[in-house]
Design a protein around this ligand. Structure first.
Ligand SMILES: NC(=O)c1ccc[n+]([C@@H]2O[C@H](COP(=O)([O-])OP(=O)(O)OC[C@H]3O[C@@H](n4cnc5c(N)ncnc54)[C@H](O)[C@@H]3O)[C@@H](O)[C@H]2O)c1
Length: 282
């Protein structure tokens, strides 16, 4: 039974993961190098819980109880007694490999080490540890408290026992699991990002306006928003980076990033976060 979990990285994803764990009576050690990120995450989680109270989804007395389950720390040694570590630091391979080496040295031998990576192979991460059978991918969706899905990625060496322990945890968190083998993009990004890339090609080739591409996909295929609007939300730089991972990973021209997408990223048109992407947010 997983009772104590270390969450590494207190950004968007790490703070959401810490929150859902704490709300399911799991003791959490939230680790980051930046003190400011830890305080921001702590305040953000408290605010989310307050919002749940206002909506009648949580009773007020539970807020302090949930907050009491979360300890923030800048020392990896505080994670030594954890049954599981979920890594959600910045998406940089060298950084993740370094962190997994340290986790392998710090956590007890039976502990499971999971990564929330969107694009780095779990098998490669597992190979730097002395426990590749106990390494697995847990790819949460953003925002974590709202989104139902966790993609669970089995590396080449991930054991059945590790997989079972993680699937039980996903159920306990009231999430749904989709299981993927360890290949670029896993399931969601393998399908979603090429669709966005194709929408960018449709615009690039003058097939239709951005508005009509989005309208066609939204009303014609019942998606909550069109692919170009969604790209602006995700960030065009992130979409391009994932296309590059698919292109490099499969060495298949069908994943060629759309030149327009690359050009927009060069221009600093990154979507909603920069004020301009396929649409103008100024
Ligand atoms: N944002 C998304 O929509 C999304 C969705 C699924 C998965 N992911 C993945 O989740 C991970 C985190 O993404 P995010 O959006 O939360 O990023 P973020 O930038 O919001 O947070 C990253 C955190 O990592 C911390 N960090 C950096 N170096 C560190 C170190 N050496 N030790 C400890 N902490 C360190 C930073 O201080 C920051 O708080 C990435 O692997 C990303 O690919 C992101």
């Amino acid at each position: 039974m997983i009772k104590k979990v270390g969450v590494l990285g207190a950004g968007q994803m790490g703070s959401g993961i810490a929150q859902v764990l704490a709300q399911r009576e799991t003791e959490v050690y939230l680790y980051d190098i930046a003190e400011a990120q830890l305080s921001k995450a702590h305040a953000g989680i408290a605010k989310n819980l307050e919002r749940q109270v206002q909506k009648g989804q949580l009773d007020a007395a539970s807020v302090s109880q949930v907050m009491g389950m979360i300890r923030t720390t800048r020392s990896l040694n505080d994670l030594a007694g954890c049954d599981l570590a979920i890594e959600a630091v910045t998406e940089k391979e060298a950084l993740k490999l370094e962190i997994f080496k340290k986790l392998d040295e710090t956590l007890k031998p039976e502990a499971i080490l999971a990564s929330n990576t969107s694009s780095i192979p779990i098998t490669r991460i597992a190979a730097v540890t002395g426990r590749p059978d106990r390494v697995i991918g847990m790819h949460f969706m953003n925002p974590v408290p709202v989104m139902k899905l966790v993609e669970v990625i089995r590396g080449l060496a991930t054991s059945e026992e590790t997989f079972q322990a993680i699937s039980q945890l996903v159920t306990r968190l009231d999430k749904e699991m989709a299981v993927s083998a360890d290949y670029p993009g896993f399931i969601v990004n393998r399908i979603l990002i090429p669709m966005i890339n194709e929408a960018a090609f449709a615009l690039f080739e003058g097939i239709a306006t951005a508005e009509d591409i989005d309208k066609a996909m939204k009303l014609g295929t019942n998606q909550p928003m069109g692919p170009l609007t969604l790209a602006d939300f995700i960030g065009l730089d992130t979409c391009l980076a994932i296309m590059e991972v698919l292109y490099q990973g499969f060495k298949d021209p069908k994943y060629r990033p759309c030149p327009l997408l690359a050009k927009m990223v060069e221009a600093g048109y990154l979507g909603k976060k920069s004020g301009r992407g396929f649409y103008n947010y100024a």
